[in-house]
Design a protein around this ligand. Sequence first.
Ligand code: NAD
Ligand code: MG
Length: 416
Amino acid sequence: MTTPKNNFTDERANHGVRGVTILGSTGSIGINTLDVLARHPDRYRIMALTANTQVERLFEQCQKYLPPKAVMLDPHSAIRLKEKVRKSGIAVEVLSGIEGLNTVATHLRTHIVVAAIVGAAGLMPTLAAVRAKKRVLLANKEPLVMSGHIFINEARASGAELIPVDSEHNAIFQCMPIGYTTGAAPATVKRIFLTCSGGPFRTFPAEALVSVTPEQACAHPKWVMGPKISVDSATLMNKGLELIEACWLFGVTPDQVEIVIHPQSVVHSMVEYVDGSVLAQLSNPDMRTPIAHALAWPERIESGVKSLDPFELARLDFERPDLNRFPCLRLAYEAARAGGTTPAILNAANEVAVQAFLDRRIGFTDIPRVIEYTLKNLPANRDNQLGTVLSDDVHAREMAGRYVTERLSHMSQGVT
Ligand code: NAD
Ligand code: MG
């Protein structure tokens, strides 16, 4: 069997081709990123792909893209992947654990790191990439919610570039004035309109929310995404997390961010200036647009996304969100205003609650209950240094987990 030549030894890597590592390559953002990269083999070289436990999918990606390195967080999965790689004869080195993720996030020949792990688990490898002065494409919003100030400060210290991939934040980034620096609100920016599709239950009868199933919650009307963000989009916690993400990335206060329900998901957000101008970014709802933008910025590259047809659109609607129907959004506004480690506690309790809902241990309307209980009973710290954030994350998970087990699981038996 001949060993296919891998990217790492390809001599074009020395001629302006940029090395890309994807943290979380087997997920929805990871797969969309691979699709964009495959359209530009002259510009980008895939240096490393990573996953948690999805051995089959990562192996298929290794065969197709031949990255020099692949990482499985889970050590048993890494052993299985190593065996498959050995048998197939491809030249891919398999690493494991958080050390493996940190190695590929900071590797010398990696210029761009795509942060596409889901949840707080992405915090340390993404931070490692920032400290190593990479261009970091931020899809993984939970670490930013927990500790956005740390990312901004570390990027300033190292000279790393933070480019948002979350479609709304990428839109805002595109609407910012020339010379804007991450984390510092330009004095000319008055307000941000953060758009929100409204999720699958925007027009659902409020009393029916109690019996919503994970399948219904994951069937988003406009986007195909991983299960966690799909549930967050259904509770509107996703918009709450994005509110906090926007405050860090653009240096604005929660009161400068107006959440706007926009069911067509074509206007991805808007920025209002002091002179009354409002700039918006529009495109079809397809993550390959923000991914391509963030990869190539300040240049533009083909993304494979279908052209927007204004005649087909016919109309664009905008509504105010209903904070009573979607309490997660209210809780996120409160956490954003409270500051300190409150957003980290909100995020941790939400991760626990969403997993319990996906595991059918609690109902859909229990999700905000778990979060509110944890926020009320765990005193937040004003100090939000990394160590404090990480320890409050652990405490919040323990408290939320206990609440689910002791107070809610038995009530939801029979949830299908
Ligand atoms: P996903 O569930 O589809 O994929 C998650 C990826 O992370 C997988 O590759 C998985 O193997 C890996 N992973 C999971 N747990 C891990 C762990 N503990 N350690 C290391 N790797 C782990 O998720 P997704 O929908 O692609 O979302 C990824 C991130 O991007 C999330 O933070 C989400 O909020 C954000 N985001 C996603 C979209 C979207 O359209 N999917 C849009 C905007 C932002
Ligand atoms: Mg988004």
